[in-house]
Design a protein around this ligand. Structure first.
Ligand SMILES: NC(=O)C1=CN([C@@H]2O[C@H](COP(=O)(O)OP(=O)(O)OC[C@H]3O[C@@H](n4cnc5c(N)ncnc54)[C@H](OP(=O)(O)O)[C@@H]3O)[C@@H](O)[C@H]2O)C=CC1
Ligand SMILES: CC(=O)[C@@H](O)[C@H](O)COP(=O)(O)O
Ligand SMILES: [Mn+2]
Length: 399
């Protein structure tokens, strides 16, 4: 009788971009909950030096990068004596992205994530992508690089991860429809009049998920689901006509796939990002997590309804950008980032977000060529121009 032990898997080496955010903290919990399975090389964030230093130490990283150069002195002081190297600015961010690794977690919020996350692909590293704005801003160029380099983009966003699991490796020709579920956000049952007067505090009160402010406001307007349709188009190389949204207030079913024979598979879990994060980090293996186990009998009822495009026009605007394709998703994403920030700063009202994003898209299409950006640089140049023109509209909103 031989007493052969199962080989201990080598720890998977990770870099985490956006390590201080909501996704970053959930990733930290997954990693700390699976001793010996992961090793962290580099971590990066925007400006929160104190928290970045904390997570770098907690995960035993070797390098920490902060985007904001003004935060460098604080980061250095926080890391002093730890032996962890650090840097600041765009080059340091790129250094964190391309540090030797098996997988890079892309969890920076917004189009700020495009350059560093793309740098990881260029360096030939697989990416686990939470940052949907990367694909809305520069999806064609981003995925072209992944294909050219032969690297994987694993979907970490809960809906896309559920669909990835529900697909089970089936060829795309067999897929009739990919369904993304939407919780409907905090205003799902509100009247149009009440939504018009919604405050940032109300928009930030998501019924099911604790997330960063930008994605939480997008969930309230349903723009998040529009961004996710565009994200799905790129991740799964599926035509826009095969993508659909259904509102599911319990956030238990995250995504579904309908096949040509009428069968439907669903990806389900309690709403906790540790589940899709663990799936991506361990893929193609599995790792145990503390995610509360699903008990359908005690839940009792799961409900589904059509999205209301009248009360939630942001989804209609995003669906138009999805259908138009070309540069329109890039334009819409940039305008939305500016308008969401203006809403959170109480400069504009909730309904102004979708109204202004639509106006910016229409104006851009009237005066510019609408072909898809040829590369990341072109996408970011459009992003920059649209941000400027969006900012210039804010003072005039409502006047
Ligand atoms: N939270 C969630 O459950 C989900 C999030 N997502 C997506 O994941 C991404 C991150 O979301 P979330 O974690 O909620 O967001 P958070 O706002 O909680 O965190 C954002 C992270 O990005 C960093 N960051 C911000 N600006 C920059 C910059 N210019 N350069 C480098 N880093 C920067 C922040 O650093 P700092 O703290 O230093 O500012 C922080 O680490 C988004 O694209 C979101 O749509 C997708 C599915 C679920
Ligand atoms: C957890 C996650 O993936 C978010 O993107 C989520 O989808 C937000 O919830 P909504 O369904 O309300 O947009
Ligand atoms: Mn999502």
């Amino acid at each position: 009788m031989s007493l052969a032990l199962a080989p201990t898997p080598k720890p998977k080496k990770l870099n985490i971009l956006g390590a201080t955010g909501s996704i970053g903290r959930s990733a930290e919990a997954v990693i700390l909950g699976a001793p010996g399975r992961f090793e962290v090389g580099a971590v990066a964030s925007g400006r929160d030096a104190k928290n970045l230093a904390r997570v770098a130490k907690s995960l035993g990283a070797r390098f920490a990068a902060v985007a904001d150069e003004a935060s460098y002195a604080e980061l250095k002081a926080e890391l002093s004596g730890s032996g962890i190297e650090c840097g600041a600015g765009p080059q340091a961010l790129e250094q964190a992205a391309v540090a030797p690794a098996d997988l890079v977690v892309g969890a920076i919020a917004g189009a700020a994530g495009v350059k560093p996350t793309h740098a990881a692909l260029v360096a030939g590293l697989d990416v686990a992508l939470a940052n949907k704005e990367c694909l809305v801003c520069a999806g064609d160029a981003f995925m072209r690089t992944a294909r050219k380099k032969g690297v994987k983009v694993l979907p970490m966003d809960s809906e896309h991860n559920a669909i990835f699991q529900a697909l089970g490796g089936e060829p795309m020709e067999n897929v009739e429809t990919m369904w993304l579920t939407a919780s409907g956000g905090p205003f799902r049952t509100w009247s149009a009049e009440k939504i018009a007067a919604a405050t940032p505090e109300q928009a930030l009160a998501h019924p099911n998920w604790a997330m960063g402010p930008k994605v939480t406001v997008d969930s309230a307007s349903l723009m998040n689901k529009g961004l996710e349709l565009i994200e799905a188009l790129h991740i799964f190389s599926i035509p826009a006509e095969k993508l659909a949204v259904v509102v599911h207030p319990q956030s238990i079913v995250h995504g579904m796939v309908s096949f040509a024979d009428g069968a439907v598979t669903a990806g389900m879990a309690n709403p906790d990002m540790k589940a899709p994060i663990a799936h991506c980090l361990a893929w193609p293996e599995r790792v145990a997590t503390s995610v509360r186990r699903l008990d359908l009998a005690s839940l009792g009822t799961l409900t589904f309804e059509k999205p209301d495009l009248e009360r939630f026009p942001a989804l209609r605007v995003a669906m138009a950008a999805l259908r138009a394709g070309g540069v329109m998703p890039t334009v819409m994403n940039a305008a939305n980032e500016i308008m969401v920030a203006a809403f959170l700063n109480k400069q504009i009202g909730f309904n102004d977000i979708a109204r202004e994003v639509e106006a910016v898209c229409e104006e851009f299409a009237r005066h510019n060529a609408t072909a898809a950006p040829a590369d990341i640089e072109e996408a970011l140049a459009v992003d920059h121009i649209v941000r400027e023109s969006s900012r210039s509209r804010i003072a005039g909103v409502g006047r």
